[in-house]
Design a protein around this ligand. Structure first.
Ligand code: NDP
Ligand code: MG
Length: 381
């Protein structure tokens, strides 16, 4: 039996993780964590019977407690609640499927408690990778990537020596605006940006995919997961999303992982690593696929990707400024308060204006996040 906690169980990755649990009879969900969707959380509680659930919003937590009076499940809330469910003694793996930097503290607490991390929450690694990776090593805890690209790289590295990596080839679909001119990009509306050509995901990451800022975050995520320099991480546009990423080794050999776009595979791989289990669903039919195509990313139209490389190379709290500015900008874009191309503009301005800190502590990362939000509020809201 595998005992797991899922942070963000009501989201896109969270619900797909529960699909994986449903089709395997040897995983026990000990705890679930959500933000505010207590309706879906209640259904999940009734189906999976966790011991504890955490709801961020205190009022909602109270309401849920009333709604499940007939059950034994304990309800906790806030950051304390998230940390409680990340550190339960019987739990082996914590799936971090929460969105945003809110995931940092529970992830660190889980590592300190010796839990393996199935990591989807990329913002945590982007902003606090310099704290999380050494800590995981010290505690002998595995960071198992759930993000499809990183899972692909992780699979390609199975049985290989990380020292023999020459280059990581991180693939990107290019999103819905891959062939847009700059003029067309100026007029992108929320509805267009929320339609991803190949993947179905949460709202924030769908916007990030359309700006290629998601790829930028993934470049930083790859740096921490696989200990490679930014010069050795290359983004390759592969519009069919069939190759999920590749690794080039020092002898010129390249390993790639392919599959249909289905997040259940990387989720299941992380939960059972190094074992592979049967997973239903479509298989690639190469003859009907016909061809795979490749392109260079357009760094001018997708300025956010360029800025991500800059933030990553600069290090310190620069990735936090990049990430926090993007989180806020995406929120404002989704609320129709700013135009599409203002997303990278806001990030660039924040990166120029905000105070740089080297080797930031968790507190300094969270302070940087607040400073970025305040700067945006003063300047644009
Ligand atoms: P969703 O927006 O679909 O889900 C986010 C989840 O986080 C929800 O369960 C939400 O709860 C929960 N949540 C939000 N705020 C809080 C909070 N303060 N406390 C507790 N829970 C909270 O996001 P995704 O599933 O798409 O993405 C999750 C993470 O995985 C992101 O970091 C994303 O970048 C990454 N990822 C996602 C992929 C995908 O295919 N979707 C692929 C690779 C990575 P509620 O809804 O109840 O408010
Ligand atoms: Mg990805």
């Amino acid at each position: 039996m595998k005992y797991i906690t899922i942070l963000g169980s009501t989201g896109s990755i969270g619900t797909q993780t529960l699909d994986v649990v449903r089709s395997n009879k040897d995983i026990k969900v000990v705890a679930l964590g959500a933000g505010s969707n207590i309706k879906l959380l209640e259904q999940q509680i009734r189906e999976f019977k966790p011991e504890v659930v955490s709801v961020w919003d205190e009022e909602k937590a109270k309401q849920l407690k009333e709604n499940i009076q007939d059950l034994d499940t304990k309800v906790v809330s806030g950051m304390e609640g998230l940390i409680e469910i990340s550190t339960i003694e019987t739990v082996e793996i914590v799936v971090t499927a929460i969105v945003g930097m809110i995931g940092i503290r529970p992830t660190i607490s889980a590592i300190l408690a010796g839990k393996h991390i199935a990591l989807a929450n990329k913002e945590t690694l982007v902003t606090a990778g310099h704290i999380i990776m050494p800590l995981a090593k010290e505690k002998n805890v595995k960071i198992l990537p759930v993000d499809s690209e990183h899972s692909a790289i992780f699979q390609c590295l199975n049985g290989e020596n990380e020292k023999e990596i020459d280059k990581i080839l991180l693939t990107a679909s290019g999103g819905p605006f891959r062939n847009f001119t700059r003029e067309q990009m100026k007029h992108v509306q929320v509805e267009h940006a929320l339609k991803h050509p190949n993947w179905s995901m949460g709202r924030k990451i769908t916007i990030d995919s359309s700006t290629m800022i998601n790829k930028g975050l993934e470049v930083m995520e790859a740096k921490w997961l696989f200990d490679v320099d930014f010069d050795n991480i290359e983004v390759v546009v592969q519009p069919q999303s069939v190759i999920h990423s590749m690794v080039q080794f020092v002898d010129g050999g390249i390993m790639a992982q392919l599959g249909t776009p289905d997040m259940r595979l990387p989720i299941q791989y992380a939960l059972y690593y190094p074992e592979r289990r049967y997973l239903g669903g479509d298989r690639i039919d190469f003859a009907s696929l016909g061809q795979l195509t490749f392109e260079k990313p357009n760094m001018e139209n997708f300025r956010g990707l360029q800025l991500a490389y800059e933030a990553g190379r600069k290090g310190g709290n620069a990735p936090t400024i990049f990430n926090a500015a993007n989180e806020k900008a995406v929120e404002l874009f989704l609320d129709r308060k700013i135009a599409y191309l203002e997303i990278p503009e806001m990030i660039e301005e924040c990166m120029k204006q905000l105070q740089f800190r080297n080797n930031p502590s968790v507190e300094e990362i969270l302070t940087t996040e607040q400073e970025t939000y305040e700067f945006i509020k003063e300047r644009w809201q």
